[in-house]
Design a protein around this ligand. Structure first.
Ligand code: FAD
Ligand code: UDP
Length: 366
């Protein structure tokens, strides 16, 4: 029977980063157990009809962290890409996040930076302490902007009002008093040149790494010989057999289709805050820079509580419940927890990689 030093549950970016470090820097043996039939977790992409599709929705790499960018650059080259999003409101396509051009188009105005500040001062609400995501928008831009661009999108995305969600959710979106129409301001932005799956495959090329797909770790863990630690990147409530009850994760259903046309929309992502069912449409070619003639692929995202577990649920009830699990996690001596599902945190890819690199340095390499 094979022997391993570490077992890693989950082949997402978190598990793969840890596997790569352990195998290549420590020359130790790792078994990765992954429930799905592919590696990559939520960044998995694949070709269909000649077009690169991101199975779990649009993923744009962006970071302020040079260390993370340099690390991933060992496994991929990058295609230059700066993400731009339009939102379809009142029959118009307006820039998201809010900037001078958003207000000018939405309200037929001709604002500059100073007059935008005046406009915002007239419209924003005086909200003492910011307690929710709704408060964030009302305090920054006022109720009409909230109603048109945020209210319904957020209710649809999360199945509850922005008034019930932690301020951190909508605070992901900046408000700008300039013409910067990029979704992200980070210094490093781009798309992996050959796709995320290729990048992930290169991360785990070492002979020290073995991967078992289509396997829930609970079925196998007692039969595996490993001498050091278990690294767990799956949902934390499942790890503890739901002893404090289920944590809520918001799910998405991703529906894609192919169209016999060169181009479907002007930018890679268009948000539809006021459509009753889906949140946004992604056109993959615009994201990846792939050149394919007379054919394109688009994806709609339908939020719900069934489907792929995508987001930890940032209401007080579940953040409090997570704290009960967190107290248990702190007591574990032979298990390391990492990633979005185990830490119940709304991490972007870069923070998942950053966390994994830090765990490796502080808790594994020693
Ligand atoms: P995951 O990718 O979820 O990997 C965990 C893995 O563990 C999964 O493959 C799962 O199948 C496996 N697993 C779970 N339970 C078990 C079990 N019992 N046994 C075996 N295996 C198990 N980030 C960005 O930086 N930019 C973006 O543009 C961006 N867009 C996003 C869009 C969407 C729709 C979503 C949902 C996320 C987006 N993210 C984005 C976030 C990004 O997907 C995550 O930060 C990252 O993929 C998390 O990696 P992870 O390894 O923590 O988790
Ligand atoms: N949001 C919104 N309208 C939009 C875009 C975003 O109300 O047009 C809100 C929504 O609640 C979303 C949050 O802002 O969950 C954060 O948006 P982001 O694009 O960062 O979410 P992601 O898709 O990356 O998880």
């Amino acid at each position: 029977m094979m022997e391993f030093d570490y077992v890693i549950v989950g082949a997402g970016l978190s598990g793969l980063t840890l596997a790569e470090r352990i195998a290549n820097e420590l020359d130790e043996k790792v078994l990765i157990i992954e429930k799905r039939d592919h590696i990559g977790g939520n960044v998995y992409d694949f070709y269909e009809n000649g077009i690169l599709i991101q199975k779990y929705g649009p993923h744009i790499f962006h970071t302020k962290e040079k260390k993370v960018y340099d690390y991933l650059s060992k496994f991929t080259q990058w295609t230059d890409y700066e993400h731009r999003v339009l939102s379809y409101v009142d029959g118009k396509l307006v820039v998201m996040p809010i900037c001078i051009d958003t207000l000018n188009k939405l309200y037929d105005l001709d604002l500059d930076e100073d007059s935008m500040r005046d406009w915002i001062n007239e419209h924003k609400e005086d909200i003492g302490e910011i307690k929710s995501s709704e408060d964030v928008v009302l305090a920054n831009a006022g109720r009409d902007i909230y109603n048109k661009l945020f209210k319904n999108y957020t209710e649809k995305q999360w199945g509850t009002s922005a008034a019930n969600l932690s301020p951190s959710v909508i605070s992901r979106i900046p408000f700008r008093f300039n013409h910067d129409d990029r979704y992200f301001e980070d210094a490093y932005q781009g798309m992996p040149k050959d796709g995320y799956t290729k990048m992930c495959e290169r991360m785990i090329e070492s002979d020290n790494i073995h991967v078992g797909l289509k396997a829930d770790y609970k079925t196998y863990i007692n039969k595996i010989n490993y001498s050091k630690k278990l690294i767990y990147t799956g949902p934390i409530d499942y790890f503890y057999d739901y002893k404090y009850g289920e944590l809520l994760y918001r799910c998405l259903n991703f529906v894609y289709e192919f169209l016999d046309e060169d181009s479907y929309q002007d930018v890679a992502v268009v948000n539809y805050p006021n459509d009753p069912y889906f949140t946004r449409i992604t056109e993959f070619k615009k994201l990846t820079g792939q050149v394919v003639k007379d054919k394109t692929a688009i994806m709609r995202e339908y939020p719900g509580f069934n489907g792929e577990k995508c987001y930890p649920y940032p209401t007080q009830e579940y953040l409090d419940k997570f704290k009960l699990y967190e107290a248990e996690m702190e007591k574990e001596e032979n298990v390391i927890f990492a990633g979005r599902l185990a830490k119940y945190k709304y991490y972007n890819m870069d923070l998942v990689v950053k966390e994994a690199l830090e765990i490796f340095e502080k808790e594994i390499k020693q």
